[in-house]
Design a protein around this ligand. Structure first.
Ligand code: ZN
Length: 468
């Protein structure tokens, strides 16, 4: 029944005269079925979370993760295992606290975290009245400089809410409050920026993540508070209470460090010079264990490549696992990879970086003539609940590092969309830990990546260049 579904889905491709060899489809179905009984991804994820844990790029834990990953890929039987060093400048968190002050009430400590790249506050801290905004758009609408905005001389607080969605759209709509909020606030004379955590939970945890500054605009400290604390601030503000905030925040920027891209391969045969790149990022934020972000992706793509290797049929093209360094705060790994391998033909770039939820959709980003082949892949995955979309089938976006490479080098890509409904409950928080992951969801992911990697390696034509 499974093989029939795969072959039936291939009809579209056959009609246009291009399809996979039947042997290749049969092996794809075999890989899929083997993966469903494979506990390798969970074993890898357990090791990474418990033996290493949080691993911000350039830290001692990151170096430990690099050593772990090399040993793991070697143990899994991959070839050409290597760690390629890249120099980076890193941001390091120091102690931070925020107290909410109103009237004669006792000061209320907020659950907060500095945002990545935030400058430090002066040693004596910052105390000022809060200028409250419901979202980033409201701040942008409030004047354009210190003379015209009520942000001036205050601590701006943006109560940007994150909507829960399956595909991360809610996060995409909210995240600019974190990324751009400090610039918009400082341009209007603010002393610091606070935001409601970019997250969908209602737990007493704060979500960190990267923010940025702009040349010519003062650099002010930036932090996020938990959703419950943001709601407390909103309620007091709504009641007309004058709110003040006392901020202490220490941090260091521009510290010289080294991280690595870790790479392992299943060598190809007649098309070995062409690369099918499946990837994840090895680094994480410094809170939690980086279990969903992106330990799960590391485990999934490594286990998928290991399965290809173990299944004993060598692919035509080389399947390359890349575990990127410093995705979270600068994409240094992706850039360094592109600099080094930009002239190599890439048949595919893709990345698993959306937690451990089940895959529900496959999309391509390939030259139109190759799209029927991606649709045929979806046919093999249909029994696992993976859909081929009626619209936008060739508008896939392959995960952050891979998307950077796709755009920069015009390399083709696929997107295996995972169910991210709960992903932003723990994203970039102390709750991103192993216990929040359901081991039962990993084998389906491994199956999808093994099938996609195998068939991309066997495809009768090049997938690129895509239209961007
Ligand atoms: Zn990530």
């Amino acid at each position: 029944m499974l093989a029939a579904a795969a072959l039936a889905a291939c009809g579209g491709a056959q009609a246009q005269g291009i399809t996979f060899a039947e042997d290749d489809l049969r092996h794809a179905a075999r890989l899929r079925d083997l993966a469903l009984h494979d506990g390798q991804a969970w074993a890898l994820l357990q090791q990474l979370c418990t033996e290493v844990g949080a691993r911000p790029a350039g830290s001692a834990a990151d170096a430990k993760a690099v050593a772990w990953a090399q040993a793991a890929l070697q143990r899994l039987g991959l070839q050409q295992v290597r760690a390629e060093p890249l120099p980076i400048r890193i941001w390091q968190r120091g102690p931070a606290s925020a107290l909410l002050l109103h009237g004669s009430a006792a000061a209320e400590p907020l659950v907060m975290t500095a945002l990545g790249n935030s400058v430090a506050a002066p040693p004596e801290g910052i105390e000022a009245e809060i200028a409250w905004y419901p979202d980033l758009a409201a701040l942008r609408a409030d004047g354009h400089d210190a003379a015209s905005s009520r942000a001036s001389g205050r601590i701006v607080f943006i109560d940007q809410k994150t909507e829960r969605t399956i595909d991360g759209r809610g996060y995409g709509a909210a995240v600019m409050a974190r990324v751009r909020g400090a610039v918009e606030a400082a341009r209007r004379g603010a002393l610091a920026l606070g935001i409601r955590s970019i997250g969908t939970d209602r737990q007493p945890v704060a979500h960190t993540g990267a923010m940025g500054y702009e040349i010519g605009v003062p650099r002010i400290p930036a932090f996020a508070v938990s959703v419950p604390d943001a709601e407390r601030i909103a309620a007091l503000h709504g009641a007309g209470t004058l709110l003040r905030l006392r901020l202490q925040l220490q941090a260091q920027s521009g510290v010289e460090a080294v991280t690595h891209n870790v790479i392992g391969e299943v060598p190809g045969t007649d098309l070995a010079d062409e690369v099918v790149l499946i990837s994840a990022h090895l680094d994480s934020w410094d809170l939690g264990q980086g279990a969903q972000d992106d330990g799960a992706g590391v485990a999934i793509v490594s286990a998928a490549a290991a399965l290809l290797q173990r299944a004993g049929v060598r692919p035509r093209r080389t399947v390359r696992v890349v575990l990127f360094g410093n995705e979270e705060n600068g994409f240094d790994g992706a850039r360094a990879y592109g600099d080094r391998y930009g002239s190599v033909v890439h048949q595919l770039v893709s990345e698993s970086d959306f937690g451990a939820g089940l895959v529900w959709q496959l999309r391509g980003r390939v030259q139109p003539a190759a799209l029927p082949l991606v649709e045929a892949m979806a046919g093999v995955l249909a029994p696992l609940g993976v859909a081929w979309p009626a619209e936008g089938a060739n508008l896939g976006s392959p995960g952050p590092d891979a998307a950077l490479l796709m755009r920069r080098h015009r390399w083709p890509a696929v997107q295996l969309s995972q169910d991210g409904t709960n992903y932003f409950d723990v994203h970039h928080t102390a709750n991103d830990t192993l216990d929040r992951i359901d081991p039962a969801t990993l084998p389906q992911n491994v199956a999808c990546w093994a099938v996609v990697a195998w068939l991309a390696a066997q495809a009768p034509l090049r997938f690129g260049p895509p239209s961007l």
